[in-house]
Design a protein around this ligand. Structure first.
Ligand SMILES: [Zn+2]
Length: 333
């Protein structure tokens, strides 16, 4: 690239000014101003894994003031510096949410369901966009055969319900990790969490979302296929049953990491940082290293629920941490 510097930029601006001054025949006829669109484009992005057609579906992005203990084992100053280094709005954290739709050819499977359509209005459209973006991608929710939940946190599971509380995917088998179900549905665990408002809310949320459909939910185990070509991979720590997925077709494979990290700008760069949402932070940290060491060694494509849309990239080792190299948006499958 030629040396574009501040002097060139200033000269350029001056040159545009001079050109305008020297253009007496500049259109003088009144032209209608084009109104601003005022809204973002739909968030869906297709990619292939062998013969499978996958679609990253954006549920939205939450932006909120950084809580005091968002990262529990470093100072808030250090965490804020990471947010600033990632160009997040001053003092804020930005967390995207991206469920994945997989068309295996014989089954249409949605992995995680987002924050739920009921969250759309209260968040002023920031989150709860999964159904809208599925519609934009031409997907009828009735055609989805299975909704596979990676873990029972609200941002992953609440989307099984439509805004009116009915089932958003009426014909889908709902599949949850057996270990997470056991943990969150235990009254003894819920009682122990009474003093922690965040955990108390999570326990209450799981009970509310699954009320009346408890017996219809399929509980899956690690190491087994949840659908042809989609294998549940143990990734505990974030929650006891937190699950990643290997999606494989032919010679191709991608890893859906779910919440092995929350936002990569913090926890992939600093894999030993603990996000407030981790139930067992030390185990989550060990899982993170194991998972990313494997992904880096295999040069695997990694999809992260909390990566920036379309949430697909490669993970490389970078000093004591890792870095994410996002894929290039490609117009042809
Ligand atoms: Zn999450």
């Amino acid at each position: 690239m030629t040396g574009l510097n501040r002097r060139h930029l200033l000269t350029g601006t001056a040159a545009i000014g001079a050109a305008a001054a020297l253009a007496p025949l500049w259109p003088t006829r009144a032209t209608a101003a084009v109104p601003a669109a005022g809204a973002q484009a739909p968030g869906f992005y297709r990619y292939k894994v062998g013969s499978f057609e996958c679609t990253s579906i954006n549920d939205g992005v939450a932006t909120f003031p950084m809580p005091d203990a968002f990262v529990t084992n470093v100072s808030k100053t250090e965490a804020l510096a990471a947010a600033q280094a990632a160009y997040m709005p001053d003092g804020m954290v930005r967390v995207p949410f991206n469920p994945q739709l997989i068309n295996t050819g014989s089954k249409l499977v949605l992995i995680d369901a987002g924050n739920g359509a009921a969250a759309f209005e209260p968040s002023k459209g920031a989150v709860g966009r999964t159904l809208q973006n599925l519609a934009a991608a031409g997907v009828d929710p009735k055609t989805i055969d299975a909704v596979v939940i990676s873990h029972l946190h609200p941002d992953h599971t609440n989307g099984i319900r439509a805004a009116d509380g009915s089932l958003a995917f009426p014909n889908a088998e709902i599949m949850v990790p057996a270990k997470d179900w056991e943990f969150w549905m235990s009254d003894a665990n819920a009682a122990k969490a009474e003093s922690n408002p965040m955990l108390k809310g999570y326990f209450a949320n799981v009970r509310k979302v699954y009320a009346g459909i408890e017996s219809k939910v399929t509980r899956y185990d690690w190491g087994k296929e949840v659908a042809p070509g989609i294998t549940a991979v143990a990734a505990p720590g974030h929650t006891p049953g937190h699950t990643a997925f290997a999606v494989a077709s032919g010679a191709s494979k991608v890893l859906l990491q779910s919440d092995v990290t929350n936002i990569p700008e913090f926890f992939l760069r600093n894999p030993d940082w603990h996000v407030v949402f981790d139930i067992d932070p030390d185990m989550a940290q060990a899982t993170r290293h194991k998972f990313y060491d494997m992904a880096a060694a295999e040069k695997a494509t990694v999809v992260g629920f909390h990566f920036s849309f379309p949430s697909i990239g490669h993970v490389e080792k970078d000093g004591a941490g890792y870095r994410l190299v996002p894929v290039t948006w490609t117009p042809v499958l």
